[in-house]
Design a binder for this molecule. Structure first.
Ligand code: ATP
Ligand code: MG
Length: 569
């Protein structure tokens, strides 16, 4: 591609609308432009990178024997009524009417549509197992679209669905997809980790998330360096390595704690460690019953665990006004002593001597509270997030924690959709049975953001070879070298995606642009060519430079690509 003929509106400055590195760089590199909140145009460069990811996904899915289909974005309410999700799915489901007043929605996921397709046309166990997939837009009316493609409203997903005759079949399909996902993210050249995860709104009982490791990731994962245990902290059991030194119970005392907002403020005010200041949070269960949860000041409530403890009932955090109305004090001064509601305490409070609790009176706390002495909880349970210093639940080693971006999620669904939708087949023994299903998603457009979060420096994107929209960029400084540069461009273009910067710009501008858009190799006809007849090749990732005669430069570029391809597989 000739840059003079390309549509590459790069930006020098960070756009004010973007907070994260990937969002800024996607805009600055002229890859995407915003149309509305969470809705984007892909420009040629962005689309090229997206297609590279799509093609890796497609190749590996096909290799696994999955078959590509294309399902509609617009879906009729009838199908969603059959599974109960028309009402159960929250506001993320964008519902609307057509001109005949029929209800429709934009597909946030396609379990209903695919189950309907399969129940009509797959009748016998002989047609199983079957894995169908598509790569297509999804729409989710996210409450807070943010970070560009990371959490968009309209985005590209690869979604796959497996249909098996029995649970052993499902285990095999799931395992096959698990391996396929590992191949896909390796082939993309990404550092990632598969972790056990919460099943969420999609349902089912087993699931794994695929996390691209990046400091800026929104998810935290707990990994055991010894036995390979890896779980999202949303579900990881919290087992402390800390052993509390026994202390005699000191007399409880109400103390004046004015102008403190957080546990940290209370700790500073009282001169105690943060962990000693317990937090009591009020939740409203099923919109009627208040429940109090107590955790140490240095811990956080884990709402996924809480949901389990509450028996799967819907719940939410109480508002400040509600807390005031129910307890008579503001959040920050709430404590379990004398509280007239169910009290659940985290198990880290067992044998924890002389801690601080809110006094249920503004500006007051109790010091020297003790479990089962100051108050008796209704339940002691694991309701906190695992943290540094916690132990692996499988082997007892200290866990390490990493940040990750969820790019894929696989689930065993069982009959969650086939049963309500009466999607059955005739089994070997002549009986009708519901399909045993699995579903498998990859946020293809999110992968692009995650790639940039993981691979960038102060000058811009550093694309891994397989995803890079252009693998090589050629720059020549002098009009005399242009002809030579053109020739190399022609030769390389036949083999790899090559860009030649033939614009009438200063070299500095050209270098900046190639760095910004993350071209892995830059071939420069500059000073070294003039003086020694050797072209300069800059490796974007390492900044290394090699100087080679033209013919060798050509071989270097091509074999560099092959090496990268192998390394990432
Ligand atoms: P999240 O917890 O991030 O909302 P999810 O659990 O809702 O994700 P799934 O329903 O499992 O996601 O969707 C499959 C994949 O689609 C996710 O792993 C993620 O990579 C991607 N994805 C989900 N929501 C979005 C979004 N709003 N924008 C971009 N990608 C998304
Ligand atoms: Mg979601």
């Amino acid at each position: 591609m000739r840059l003079s003929r390309y549509f590459l509106p790069t930006l020098r400055e960070d756009p004010s609308e973007a907070e994260t590195v990937s969002h800024k760089l996607l805009l600055r590199a002229g890859m995407i432009r915003k149309v509305a909140s969470g809705v984007y145009n892909f420009l040629p460069l962005g689309l090229k990178a997206l297609k590279n990811i799509e093609n890796i996904v497609r190749q590996e899915m096909n290799r696994a024997g999955a078959l590509e289909v294309l399902l509609p974005l617009v879906q009729p309410a009838e199908l969603w009524l059959e599974t109960g999700r028309w009402n159960a799915y929250g506001k993320e489901l964008l519902r609307f009417k057509d001109r005949k007043e029929h209800d429709f929605c934009l597909g946030p996921t396609h379990e209903e549509v695919i189950t309907d397709l399969v129940r009509r046309d797959v009748k016998s166990y002989r047609q199983l197992p079957l894995i169908l997939y598509q790569i297509a837009p999804k729409f989710r009316d996210e409450i807070r679209p943010r970070f560009g493609l990371m959490r968009a409203r309209e985005f590209i997903m690869k979604d796959a669905y497996s249909f098996d005759a029995d649970y052993e079949g499902l285990d095999k399909s799931y395992q096959l997809m698990y391996e396929t996902y590992n191949r896909i993210f390796s082939a993309c050249g990404l550092k990632f980790k598969a972790v056990r995860a919460h099943t969420g709104a999609i349902g089912g009982d087993v699931s794994h998330e695929f996390m691209v490791l990046a400091e800026t990731g929104e998810d935290t994962i707990a990994v055991c360096p010894k036995c390979g245990f890896a779980e999202n902290v949303e579900i990881a059991p919290a087992i402390s390595s800390e052993v509390y030194e026994p202390e005699p119970y000191r007399p409880i005392e109400k103390v004046y704690t004015p102008n403190v907002r957080s546990a940290k403020d209370v700790a500073d005010y009282l001169g105690l460690p943060l962990k000693k200041i317990t937090k009591t949070l009020i939740y409203i269960v099923e919109e009627k019953e208040p429940v109090a949860i107590c955790v140490r000041g240095d811990h956080e409530v884990n709402e996924v665990k809480l949901e389990k403890v509450l028996g799967g009932k819907p719940f939410r955090m109480a508002t400040e006004e509600e807390v005031l109305k129910i307890v008579g004090a503001h959040p920050g001064f709430i404590g379990p002593k004398g509280l007239k509601m169910k009290v659940i305490v985290d198990r880290s409070l067992v044998n924890f001597p002389n801690f601080v609790i809110g006094a249920n009176k503004d500006e007051y706390h109790y010091v020297n509270a003790n479990l089962n002495d100051t108050f008796v909880p209704d339940l002691v349970a694991d309701v906190r997030k695992a943290v540094e210093g916690d132990l692996c639940p499988e082997c007892g080693e200290l866990l390490t924690f990493m940040k990750g971006i969820e790019v894929g999620h696989i689930f065993k669904l069982g009959t969650k959709y086939s049963e309500p939708m009466k999607a059955t087949f005739l089994d070997k023994d002549g009986t009708e049975k519901p399909f045993i299903m699995g579903c498998y998603g990859i946020g293809v457009s999110r992968v692009l953001s995650a790639t940039i979060e993981q691979n960038h420096d102060e000058n811009g994107i550093i694309f891994p070879w397989p995803i890079a929209p252009f693998k090589v960029g050629i720059i020549s400084f002098k009009p005399d070298f242009q002809e030579k540069a053109e020739k190399l461009y022609q030769e390389l273009s036949e083999r790899v995606d090559t860009l030649i910067d033939d614009r009438d710009e200063r070299p500095g501008v050209k270098f900046k642009d190639l760095d910004l858009i993350g071209v892995p190799l830059q071939v420069i006809y500059g000073k070294s060519f003039e003086e020694t007849g050797k072209v300069e090749i800059k490796i974007r990732r390492t900044g290394e430079r090699v100087y080679l005669p033209e013919e060798e430069a050509r071989t270097f570029v091509l074999s560099f690509g092959e090496k990268q391809g192998e390394e990432s597989l």
